[in-house]
Ligand binder design. Structure first.
Ligand code: CUA
Length: 326
């Protein structure tokens, strides 16, 4: 049986320091502040509402001297506005606080070049392709260095969750999702799946290793190097195997289709006038549904190319590697 005092004590502990896991990322503090604000705001109104309920129940209980319910007073516009405006204002405050934290998780700081990690969720494990080519069942990052996680799923929706980072992001089949953060404290932390995905959802776990410095990360990345095909190698291979090079050059010369050189991150003009930034999702769409967006100056003539998720990730890595320059 749950006793009220225990429940209250539990709630106070939950909102206080020491209950939450360690804060090990740049966004953890902001998330905790939003959580704390929501918690205490709710606790405040809970106390007022329950308090008045108890007082009114006692004060206006049925008594022989009180024959029946009193007629309710007339409608009060002033009261209606009062109790609509206050919650509205509070909702705006919550919106402002959480939006600020949200943008810190989805956009890297201007000028920062985050380490990019391609995360793949599948039933029932995680796979991490690190920048530089190392693939692993564990996520490896460096303390103080910004990280960009690009998530994908090969089957159903999964969700990557690192409690110490206060980060959670869905991995959705058929598209890429992103999350940026900077790990702040070296150590090893659990990684969980937090979207129910079938029988072994509960064991779909891994760890994230936050290296204290780049040297430690490089030493790990050098282990067993060259034994597995990297995403970039997958991309180069698929690009040749599927005959992409017949229409798309990688040196800047325009052919039947646009060249892939230097397009990563660029805003391109489309037929119809819209500008589209070349990112993971645009590249995926251009492979599986080429007619969806056509670059200005080109024709809609590319057939859809049925690639699997890893092959698409490979092509993305290849396009990224084709930077502007000699
Ligand atoms: Cu994957 Cu739950």
């Amino acid at each position: 049986m749950i006793r009220l005092p225990d429940l209250l004590a539990g709630s106070l502990i939950a909102a206080g320091p020491g209950y939450m896991p360690e804060r090990a990322s740049s966004v953890a503090e902001g998330v905790d502040h939003v959580f704390g604000f929501l918690f205490w705001l709710s606790a405040f109104f809970l106390a007022i509402i329950v308090g008045f309920t108890i007082v009114f129940v006692i004060r206006y209980r049925a008594r022989p001297s009180r024959p029946g319910p009193e007629p309710s007073p007339d409608h009060s516009t002033r009261l209606e506005i009062f109790w609509s405006a206050i919650p509205l204002a509070l909702v705006f405050v919550i919106f402002a606080l959480s939006t600020k934290v949200y943008f810190a998780m989805v956009e890297s700081e201007p000028g920062a070049t985050p380490q990019r990690v391609q995360v793949t969720g599948r039933k029932w494990s995680w796979w991490f392709d690190h920048q530089g080519g190392k693939g692993s069942k564990e996520l490896h990052v460096v303390a103080g260095k910004p990280v960009e996680l690009v998530l994908a799923s090969t089957d159903v929706i999964h969700s990557l969750y690192v409690p110490e980072f206060r980060l959670k992001q869905d991995a959705v089949p058929g598209r890429f999702t992103k999350m940026v953060f900077t790990p702040t404290v070296a150590g090893t932390y659990p990684v969980l799946c937090t979207e129910y995905c079938g029988t072994n959802h509960s064991t779909m776990t891994s760890v994230v290793v936050v290296h204290p410095d780049q040297g430690s990360f490089d030493a790990w990345a050098a282990e067993g190097k060259g034994t597995e095909e990297t995403l970039l190698q997958v991309g180069v291979r698929v690009f040749e195997e599927k005959g992409c090079s017949a229409c798309h050059s990688v040196d800047g010369s325009e052919g039947v289709g646009p060249s892939l050189k230097g397009i990563w991150g660029r805003e391109e003009q489309m037929v119809g006038g819209a500008a589209v930034r070349v990112d993971e999702n645009y590249i995926r769409e251009s492979i599986v549904k080429p007619g969806a967006k056509i670059r200005a100056g080109f024709e809609d003539m590319m057939p859809p190319v049925p690639l699997d998720d890893r092959e698409i990730q490979g092509i993305v890595a290849y396009v990224q590697s084709l930077k502007e320059g000699p």
